[in-house]
Design a protein around this ligand. Structure first.
Ligand code: EPZ
Length: 431
């Protein structure tokens, strides 16, 4: 759909040591686009998105949506129209397609709300952790889906139409479970209350879209969300919020290259945990209404400790990028990963570039070194890929990052954007 510029086996070649200079513009948020695309299936009318990010995860989600009868149309000006007019939950979705995109589990809510049934392959774990689904299932059961089970690698659910509004207290403030239950409850009879809900900005964007479609939801962004069920939802058009994780990645790129970089199309409030940590390290920032500029620091930076937390705490999706930066900051920094149990895959690869990182029981101990030196490294997941690319931008000499298809899952035009601000970076394919 969007060019296969980074086919499997694609690699990134980076010649490091050049301070980035200029402006990078952030695309729409992957982690908002995915649930919002699922939400479009809650109506028979068309929902038009005017800034869908052209990334692999969105492409895969659109494929899964077509498999369950959703219609997708690209309009002449690059906008996309999605509708659930022919939604059909009995259609079989190929296992390998669902496993390609974990977020396909966000179709469960809309399918149960519209069709009273869902039959999807379990997305399974990924390289960053076991990725449970028990909170999603708990929510659907509470809404009336007594017949819900995982068997043969599939999640099979049947429920009443409409579902029944109720109070659901989540044991974990799961982003995905909050989104799935919100979508399922929009067409339920009566009111649903989600307690201990996740508070991420992407959930607020989902509420805003659903309310424009005629839903009655309030409280997104807090840990209590109320959804008054309605009979029907309608079409609308929507602009997706900027990607706060892409924004954070670019800010770290500016700092790790000791450059002067302006990152545009940002909602500063969404990246406060990131900017607060950079300022704690001693980085000078200029924060505008929709942009943030980082300034050179000549490595007069100090070591810091980071603990990943649900929003508004420090995002787990920025952990690897900060680890790459802290490898070059004098002193000992600690990073404790509290959200995913296996999210230190970048550690051995950063150590190949000359970093000094040890891990123990979910904490990484990073001893700052004077420099990194280019080498061949391999990416295992989306954010680890970003961290290795940033380390390559700072390292002396040439770095080759393998398995770069991970990056294309979540970053639009990554190479193009960095070359525009002075990076020496290119894609290379083949063995
Ligand atoms: C979303 O994943 C994001 N993905 C992730 O971004 C992000 O890391 C994560 O939230 C946390 O912020 C999308 O939005 C598409 P969770 P999600 O359910 O919804 C446990 C990236 O790099 N849990 O909040 O899958 C789970 O095991 C990706 O862009 C349960 O125990 O995350 C994990 O430890 C990676 N039971 C924790 O909660 C459940 O039913 C957080 O998971 C659900 C989750």
């Amino acid at each position: 759909m969007w060019g296969d510029s980074m086919a499997n086996q694609a690699k990134l070649e980076i010649v490091g040591g050049r301070p980035l200079q200029g402006t990078i513009t952030v695309s729409a948020a992957k982690n908002a686009a995915l649930p919002l695309l699922a939400a479009a299936l809650l109506t028979e009318e068309e929902v038009v998105f005017d800034n869908l990010p052209r990334i692999k995860d969105v492409e895969a989600m659109l494929e899964v949506i077509q498999q369950v009868g959703g219609t997708i149309r690209e309009l002449e000006d690059g906008r996309w129209a999605i509708s659930g007019r022919n939604l059909d939950a009995s259609r079989e979705v190929p296992n390998e397609l669902v496993r390609k995109i974990r977020a396909s589990n966000l179709l469960l809510g809309p399918l149960l709300a519209r069709c009273g049934m869902a039959h999807l392959s379990m997305p399974g774990g990924c390289s960053i952790g076991s990725r449970q689904m028990d909170q999603h299932i708990k929510g659907f059961r509470a809404l009336g889906c007594q017949d819900i089970a995982i068997s043969g690698g599939y999640i099979k659910a049947h429920g009443p139409l409409p579902l029944q509004g109720t109070v659901i207290h989540l044991d974990v403030a799961s982003v995905g479970a909050t989104e799935n239950i919100m979508m399922a409850a929009t067409l339920a009879a009566g009111t649903t209350v989600i307690r201990n809900a996740a508070k991420e900005p992407e959930i607020v964007d989902l509420q805003n879209l659903l309310n424009k479609m005629g839903a009655r939801i309030r409280g997104a962004g807090t840990d209590v969300i109320k959804i008054e069920g309605v009979k029907k939802l309608k079409g609308t058009s929507h602009s997706i919020i900027p990607d706060r994780i892409e924004a954070g990645t670019h800010l770290v790129a500016g700092v790790i290259t000791n450059g002067q970089l302006t990152v545009k199309n940002i909602i500063p409030e969404h990246v406060e945990a990131v900017t607060a940590k950079l300022m704690e390290m001693g980085v000078k920032l200029e924060i505008g209404d929709d942009y943030i500029t980082v300034f050179p620091h000549d490595w007069q930076l100090k070591a810091v400790d980071i603990r990943t937390q649900p929003y508004p705490g420090f995002p787990t999706d920025m952990q690897a990028q900060f680890m790459a930066l802290l490898t070059l900051v004098p002193g000992i920094s600690l990073i404790t990963e509290n959200i995913f149990e296996a999210r230190f895959n970048q550690v051995p690869e950063l150590n190949r570039l000359g970093a000094n990182i040890k891990t123990e029981n979910g904490t990484a101990f990073i001893k700052g070194v004077a420099k990194l030196t280019g080498a061949e490294v391999s990416a295992t997941d989306l954010r680890a890929a970003a961290a290795l690319a940033l380390a390559g931008l700072a390292a002396e000499g040439k770095t080759i990052v393998e398995n770069i298809q991970h990056l294309e899952r979540g970053y639009e035009a990554f190479v193009e954007k960095y070359c525009q601000v002075g990076a020496q970076m290119r894609r290379i394919t083949g063995s």
